[in-house]
Design a protein around this ligand. Structure first.
Ligand SMILES: [Zn+2]
Length: 111
């Protein structure tokens, strides 16, 4: 009987081990699914940003560093929009080109 009891305990231990590894596998799958969902969400966000027109943007004045809103903006050319700016603080007039997205690329030229 003692051997049978050991045998049963061993089986229970084996089953418990199998259950643990099954749980770990399930946890891993859930983590992977969360990663896939996150990556998909970021992809959709990036695609939406790419579709958005390049908006008017406040650009830092090359003279004093103040943020200036554009006086006029042109059409989007090759993903960039250009505009002319007049800084009220230091009276510098400048042109800038900028791309769309959350982190636009901006180039500034004094005129
Ligand atoms: Zn300025």
């Amino acid at each position: 009987m003692a051997e049978n009891g050991d045998d049963s305990r061993r089986k229970v231990t084996e089953l418990a081990d199998q259950l643990t590894s099954a749980r770990n596998a399930l946890d891993g799958t859930e983590r992977d699914m969360a990663k896939v969902r996150l990556a998909h969400g970021q992809h959709v966000q990036a695609a939406e940003q790419a579709r958005q027109p390049v908006k008017a943007l406040d650009v830092k004045c090359p003279g004093c560093g103040a943020l200036v809103s554009p006086q006029r903006t042109g059409a989007v050319v090759n993903g960039y929009r250009a505009g002319t700016f007049d800084c009220a603080a230091c009276d510098v007039t400048f042109e800038a080109r900028w791309s769309g997205g959350t982190d636009p690329v901006v180039t500034v030229r004094e005129i």
